[in-house]
Ligand binder design. Sequence first.
Ligand code: SF4
Length: 331
Amino acid sequence: MKPFAYTRTTERGAAIQTVGSNQAARFIAGGTNLLDLMKDNVEQPDRLVDISRLELVGIEERNGGVRLGALARNSDTANHPLVRQRYPLVSQAILAGASAQLRNMATNGGNLMQRTRCYYFYDTAMPCNKREPGTGCGALEGYNRIHAIFGANEQCIATHPSDMCVALVALDAIVQVEGPQGQRSIPISEFHRLPGDTPQVDTNLRRDELITAIDLPAASAVFAPRSYYLKLRDRTSYAFALVSVAAALDIQGGKIRQARVAMGGVAHKPWRAVEAEKILTGAPATAATFQKAAEVTMREARAYEHNRFKIEMGRRAIVQALTTVVDGGVA
Ligand code: SF4
């Protein structure tokens, strides 16, 4: 691991200023991903600015919704009564992720900033456009079982690893950030990026901007009684999703008034299944509707040599998640 300097601050402005004035400085909070990346020489910051003591840990009501502090721990967020009651999809998704020990360290902001678990990204002997732009993509012709089936290109076929972010996308969360130019809000669906020509850039957060909070909107609480996070993986704990589905329905008299479907493990960012939502909205909440929504969604998928199974898995996962929602899949 490359030697680095360490600074701890309790001042938000000082943290932003320190990182902003040094291209090789990085924020650190829980460190559950960044330290692994540093040990493998994938990330090589020369200064870490520890923000874990900033006053950003609250979870509270805000504008009829709930504001999650960026530095609240994943475990505290998943178990908070406001989250469990109004946004159980978020609780379910967090609890499906990582181990209890990791959830106790990991923060909400850090969860958003997780980097891909593509094997070639972590192996500095292999080409990787995300780690070292212009070197190529080791996964494209390599072992690509865990890789993307939506939105990828020859630059990068990696997937985003977070479970929580899939639920946040389904619920239209808003990310609050602060930087040298002040504060701004980023819809979660615009926070993460597809690879395009810059696969090394995972998010639309500027390097010197700090995530301060995540807002769960009041309107999304309507899905609390009928939501479910389905995660399919190689083993039942401490594994990343091969395919996951965050599903939420608002049903009245057997008809779907509103629908939300987002997928994890399938794209460079949490993937909102917009076409599925169009099929579901206004339709009867039946197996035939769910099947059609799944078919339409997976029609756009493009598989690589080792991940073809994800197309059928995705189709079945959407149907299963929606069926569980109707059967009362709330935590
Ligand atoms: Fe790197 Fe992306 Fe290719 Fe993985 S898929 S090797 S992260 S460029």
